[in-house]
Write a protein that binds this ligand. Sequence first.
Ligand SMILES: [Zn+2]
Length: 270
Amino acid sequence: MNGARDGEAWEPRRPGVIRRVLPTVLAFAVILGGMAYFSGDLQDLLGTAPGSPRSAAATHGLYEETGPIDARCDTLPDDVDADPAASLRALSTCLDRMWAATLAQADLDYERPREVRLIAARDKAACGIDDYDWAGIYCPERRVVNVLIEDWHAFPMMFTLAHEYAHHVQEISGIADQRGSEVFDEAWSRRLELQADCLAAVTLRSSWPNQLENFRRLAGGQSDTTGEQESGYLQSHGSGASSAAWMLRGGQAGTVAACNTWGAPANQVS
Ligand SMILES: [Zn+2]
């Protein structure tokens, strides 16, 4: 199994590498059914130099120029579990609307993912590597969202879809489009992934507050004493406690600004 240092497995700029893996949470889910802000010394606040890739990601206009996201999704069926694929399609349409409206506030054009693949096997992903227990992958170069349909409860898959959409927004907005030596190390990956968790919570908070809270608590309760594969996952995605903390921020504030993992101190993205 790949550890986090296996660059083939997770470097975000390469096809098939932004992925979500929540094996423990998924298992339990089955059971349970700006610059103004940075007006001080940017380097002190960020722990990284102004002009660096991370400071560019941390000071993106999307944080200050957008307000709370209207996360209602009225077109979803009442029973999302009856036909999970149909529920995911409906959510996809809502996510397109939410992100188009939000990016417009920052004068950014939104482009839908070129494809949203709901796949039954990992080797059907547009950029998949069948080497890891992932639940979803975003392919940045092809701009394809892939979600594995493997559960009969829709919410974990809906969270995965919202998380992969967040990777799409990171990509098209330019947040993730940075160059430099710090890009794609493990700390960079954790900021990218925890931001996607936070943004997923922002977009799901209105329609599924209770499911989101249950999901968040499960993520936060995951043991961090793990084997090699889980260790690699934690290095690249952050701890369950960090994920839960960012989901809470996003779910409570409902803004992109609340999800600025790039400006957070290292202990919040561990
Ligand atoms: Zn991810």
